[in-house]
Design a protein around this ligand. Structure first.
Ligand SMILES: Nc1ncnc2c1ncn2[C@@H]1O[C@H](COP(=O)(O)OP(=O)(O)O)[C@@H](O)[C@H]1O
Ligand SMILES: [Mg+2]
Length: 290
């Protein structure tokens, strides 16, 4: 690290900067201008983007933490084998959408529906086991002193039958050579990219239909970011998983996603095909640094 580098430079060097906020605009500027986007997105638009028979739907969801409401009526829908990326300023409530789908927040109104069934009140365990939704933690959630294999098997802690977990783990090792080669090593020695791969793989033990992924590129060098996005694309295109992602690297996220939402202050301000949002000049200026 050379002298005189700001934290911003450091972030850029670590692969964060690409697709970040234009340097001339402060975070406050972005938030203020984003507030003015306020176009109303109708439920019809949301459903049209999702395609027929959404696997997951939010209808007018109100949710928050304690007494504080963060999400003020979110509609969201995604079909099987599709991907949806949520972008928006810090604090807009993007992670809270994922938390709410998985059951980590207090839901005060609206519904969460998977394949036509109301699962709003299910606990996170039941979401994973019965509703086939998996949440990949944003934090580094690998147990460093356990082996790669033991970490992977943790993904099956809800299964009564550990043979099933072992079978699922073998399938995953067959698919990801990178992990297979290191299965008996301590997970603590893995690179950042391999750890992310392990976190994603662990969520696959329960064979989810929907993956909730918070900031998959965070903290990774560009080569590893490519690897993670390739894996996610394969899960979507090769295995029919639906992926709902939050990504601060908005360019990368929107290039990947079939559907893009811009969230501002607990609401969906814009919804369109991912590629279309990439070409939206206001989105470009606020979130893509162009
Ligand atoms: N566990 C929590 N408890 C209380 N408030 C929270 C919690 N997590 C997030 N918040 C608040 O909810 C708002 C939205 O946060 P978040 O969903 O993390 O935003 P984003 O992911 O868009 O940056 C913020 O004001 C944040 O401070
Ligand atoms: Mg977040």
């Amino acid at each position: 690290m050379s002298e005189g580098q700001t934290p911003q430079d450091k972030k850029r060097a670590a692969g964060y900067g690409e697709g970040g906020v234009a340097p001339a605009m402060s975070v406050g500027d972005v938030a203020r201008e984003a507030e003015t986007m306020g176009a109303s997105v109708s439920r019809g638009d949301i459903l049209a983007l999702a395609g027929p028979e959404p696997v997951l739907e939010l209808r007018d969801l109100h949710a928050g933490y304690g007494a504080m409401e963060i999400l003020h009526g979110i509609d969201l829908a995604i079909g099987a084998g599709k991907s949806l990326c949520i972008v928006g300023p810090n604090g807009a409530g993007k992670s809270t959408v994922l938390h709410s789908i998985f059951g980590f927040t207090k839901i005060t109104g609206g519904t969460v529906i998977t394949s036509g069934r109301d699962v709003t009140q299910l606990t996170p365990s039941d979401k994973l086991r019965d509703a086939k939704i998996a949440y990949i933690l944003q934090d580094n959630s690998i147990f460093p002193d356990m082996t790669v294999e033991e970490n992977l098997l943790m993904g099956g802690y809800l299964l009564n039958n550990q043979r099933k977990a072992h079978e699922a783990a073998e399938k995953i090792f067959a698919q990801y050579d990178r992990l297979a080669k290191r299965r008996r090593e301590r997970a603590g020695v893995l690179s950042g990219g391999e750890r992310r791969l392990l976190e994603i793989s662990r969520s696959l033990i329960m064979d989810p239909n929907v993956l909730l992924v918070d900031e998959p590129s965070i903290g990774l060098e560009p080569r590893m970011i490519d690897m993670v996005f390739e894996i996610l694309a394969d899960l979507r295109d090769g295995h029919g998983k639906s992926i709902i992602m939050v990504e601060q690297n908005a360019k990368r996220g929107l290039e990947f996603a079939d559907i893009g939402y811009v969230m501002v202050s607990g609401r969906v301000a814009l919804a369109a095909a991912g590629r279309e949002l990439l070409e939206n000049p206001q989105v470009g200026r606020l979130f893509l640094g162009s």
